[in-house]
Design a protein around this ligand. Structure first.
Ligand code: AMP
Length: 554
C-alpha cells in the first residue's frame, strides 16, 4: 500500500490507480466471463480510466464525498467500475443483490438515504420504478442498457452517454483512513436491516488478509465466487485481489457444476475462494464430473460463510487435489479474522486460528438479556461461549447507520461481540457452534426474520407471521414461515400459493420463504414477541426449552 501522493488513504487509489503507473498497468485486472457473451478483459490502466470517468460523472451530477451511491446489478463491468469510481470520489457505496425484490431494495436505499442508484434498464423497470415515489432521497438513477445501447426511461440518465462525455482524468479524493467508504447491510433478528459502515482504512485489512489468509501473489489468477451484494464479493471479489495486482475472474451467471469446473480449468485459476453451499452442490453432482477436468494451476482453495463440514474439506482433496481452507468473518468485521491459512495444518471442521494482529476470545455473559453487555473471557479450552474480538482492527465497522445504541450493544469495553457461538481448542483453533440469535443463514446469506414477517403481514389474509430457518442439507437453512389467518380466511392450498407469490414478488426469490405452514395462533411471549425459537423447536421435534414466558393458550 502506498497512500495518496498528497496524503490520505483511498481504497480506489490503492486498488486501481496505484498499478496504472507500474509494470502491472497492462495486466488484466478484471476478466468478465459469461456463457452468452464474449469475455471482457479490463487492464489496470483501462480500469483506471473508466473509474476516472465514473468519478467525473458523479462530480458532474454534484455527487461528492460522503454522499451515498447504491448499485443494483448482476456482475457486469459497470458495477465494478461504479463501485471503484465512487470510492475514488469519496462517495460511500452499497452494492445490492440483483435478486432482491422491490421491498428490500427500497428499504435499504431509504435507510441509507441513497442519492444515486446505478442499475440496469431491466432491473429498473421490474423492481425500482414502481417504488420510486417512496424513495425521496434518490436524486439520480443511472441506467445501464442491457443490450449495450442507450436507455430512454423517464426520470433516469443513460450511463453510457454520461461516461462517454466524461473525462478519463481524475484526481482521487484525499480521503482519510477514518472516512466512510462502504455501507453493507446485514440482517438482525428484529427491526430493519442494519447498515454497517466501513472506512477507507479497511484497505489495510483487505491487503493483509489477501496475503495471509488467501496467499495472493501478483502472478495469481483468482476467482471469488461471491456476489458483490454480499460483503465477501466486495472485500474479496473486488478490492483484495486488485490490491495485490492479481487478475480476478468474474463469472456473470449463477452456479452450474460443470461450468464451474471448466472455468477452474480453462481460466487457470490458482486461488479460489468460494462457499459451503456451492461446495455441497458440487459434492452432490458427483466426483466423476470433477474428474472430467484437471486443475494443475490451482494451488489454494478457501471457503467462507457457513460451517464447512470435515467431509467437504476432504472432498476438496479428492475432487480438486487440494483440501479446502475454511475461514470466518462477518459483515461487521469487513475482512477475514479467523482462518485456516497456508501456514498451518488444517483442522477439518474448524474455522482456523486468528490472523496476525487479530485477538479472538470466547466469552460468557454475566448479565441478563436486555441489559448492556457485560462479559468475561473464558480462559479454558473447549468451553462454548460467544466469539469476541479485541476491537481496533482496521476494517472494523464504525457504526450501524443511524443506530448508535445498537452499535454500542456490540461492545463490552474493547471487546466486540460477534453474535456467534464458538469454542477454542488447546491449539488455538476456533470451532463454530451456532448463532446466538434467530437470524437465518440460507445459501450463505443472512436473512432477518423480521423483514420477511413484515412482508407476509401485508397480505390481506395474514394476521401474524413467524419465520425460522429450517435446516437443509445443501443451502444450510431454508426460510420457513408460519402464519395465522384473519377471520374469514380458510387455510387452503390456493391461499398458501397466493401468500408465497406475494412474498416472492415483494422480497425476491433469495429472501422469500420456501415453505408456509398455517397455525391457528402463533406462540408469543407475554410481552407479545413471537417465539421463533419455539416454532423452530416444534418444527424440528426438539425439546421446547424454557417456556415460562409463553403467553397462555398458545
Ligand atoms: P455475513 O455478515 O452475511 O457475512 O454473515 C456472517 C455470519 O456467517 C457469521 O456471523 C457466522 O454466523 C456465519 N459464518 C461466516 N463464516 C463462517 C464459517 N467459516 N463457519 C461458520 N459460520 C460462518
Amino acid at each position: 500500500l502506498q497512500g495518496l501522493p498528497g496524503g490520505g488513504l483511498n481504497i480506489g487509489f490503492e486498488a486501481v490507480d496505484r498499478h496504472a503507473t507500474t509494470a502491472l498497468r497492462d495486466r488484466t485486472a478484471l476478466r468478465f466471463v459469461s456463457r452468452s457473451l464474449p469475455a471482457i478483459d479490463l487492464s489496470f490502466v483501462e480500469l483506471t480510466r473508466q473509474t476516472n470517468r465514473f468519478a467525473n460523472v458523479l462530480r458532474g451530477l454534484g455527487v461528492g464525498q460522503g454522499d451515498r451511491l447504491f448499485v443494483l446489478a448482476g456482475r457486469i463491468p459497470e458495477l465494478y467500475v461504479a463501485v471503484l469510481g465512487a470510492l475514488k470520489n469519496g462517495t460511500v457505496v452499497t452494492p445490492m443483490f440483483s435478486a432482491f425484490g422491490p421491498e428490500p431494495i427500497a428499504t435499504r436505499i431509504n435507510l441509507g438515504a441513497g442519492q444515486v442508484l446505478v442499475t440496469t434498464d431491466a432491473l429498473y423497470k421490474r423492481k425500482v420504478r414502481s417504488m420510486r415515489e417512496q424513495m425521496p432521497t434518490l436524486r439520480h438513477v443511472l441506467l445501464v442498457a442491457e443490450d449495450g445501447g442507450i436507455t430512454h426511461e423517464p426520470g433516469t440518465l443513460d450511463l453510457a452517454t454520461l461516461m462517454h462525455d466524461a473525462s478519463d482524468e481524475f484526481s482521487t479524493v484525499a480521503t482519510q483512513p477514518d472516512d466512510p467508504a462502504l455501507l453493507h447491510f446485514t440482517s438482525g433478528t428484529t427491526g430493519t436491516p442494519k447498515g454497517a459502515l466501513h472506512v477507507h482504512g479497511a484497505v489495510v485489512t483487505h491487503f493483509a488478509t489477501g496475503r495471509y489468509a488467501l496467499d495472493l501473489h501478483p502472478e495469481d489468477r483468482f476467482w471469488c465466487t461471491a456476489d458483490p451484494g454480499w460483503v465477501t464479493g466486495t472485500s474479496y471479489g473486488i478490492i483484495a485481489p486488485l490490491l495485490h495486482g492479481v487478475t480476478s475472474l468474474i463469472y456473470r451467471e449463477e452456479f452450474d457444476a460443470e461450468r464451474w469446473y471448466s472455468l477452474l480449468e480453462q481460466e487457470r485459476i490458482s486461488v479460489w475462494y468460494t462457499a459451503p453451499t456451492a461446495i455441497r452442490m458440487l459434492m452432490k453432482s458427483g466426483l466423476a464430473l470433477a474428474r472430467r477436468h484437471s486443475y494443475p494451476a490451482l494451488r489454494f482453495v478457501a471457503s467462507v460463510g457457513e460451517p464447512l463440514n470435515p467431509e467437504a474439506v476432504w472432498w476438496g482433496k479428492e475432487a480438486l487435489g487440494l483440501p479446502i481452507h475454511d475461514n470466518w468473518w462477518q459483515t461487521e468485521t469487513g475482512g477475514i479474522m479467523i482462518a485456516n491459512t497456508p501456514a498451518f495444518d488444517i483442522k477439518p471442521g474448524s474455522m482456523g486460528r486468528p490472523l496476525p494482529g487479530i485477538e479472538a476470545f470466547i466469552v460468557e455473559h454475566l448479565e441478563a438479556e436486555g441489559e448492556p453487555p457485560r462479559v468475561r473471557i473464558i480462559d479454558a479450552p473447549d468451553v462454548e461461549g460467544e466469539l469476541a474480538l479485541k476491537a481496533g482492527w482496521p476494517s472494523m465497522f464504525r457504526g450501524y447507520l443511524n443506530n448508535e445504541a445498537r452499535y454500542r450493544k456490540c461492545f463490552d469495553g474493547d471487546l466486540y461481540l460477534t453474535g456467534d457461538l464458538a469454542r477454542v481448542d488447546a491449539d488455538g483453533y476456533f470451532w463454530f457452534v451456532g448463532r446466538a440469535d434467530d437470524v437465518i443463514k440460507s445459501a450463505g446469506h443472512l436473512i432477518g426474520p423480521f423483514e420477511v414477517e413484515s412482508v407476509l403481514m401485508e397480505h390481506p389474509a395474514v394476521a401474524e407471521a413467524g419465520v425460522i430457518g429450517k435446516p437443509d442439507p445443501v443451502v444450510g437453512e431454508v426460510v420457513k414461515a408460519f402464519v395465522s389467518l384473519k377471520d374469514g380466511h380458510a387455510p387452503d392450498e390456493v391461499l398458501r400459493m397466493d401468500i408465497l407469490a406475494h412474498a416472492r414478488k415483494r422480497l425476491g426469490a433469495a429472501v422469500a420463504p420456501k415453505e408456509i405452514a398455517f397455525l391457528p395462533v402463533l406462540p408469543r411471549t407475554r410481552s407479545g414477541k413471537i417465539m421463533r425459537r419455539l416454532l423452530k423447536a416444534r418444527e424440528l421435534g426438539l425439546p421446547e426449552g424454557d417456556t415460562s414466558t409463553l403467553e397462555g393458550g398458545a
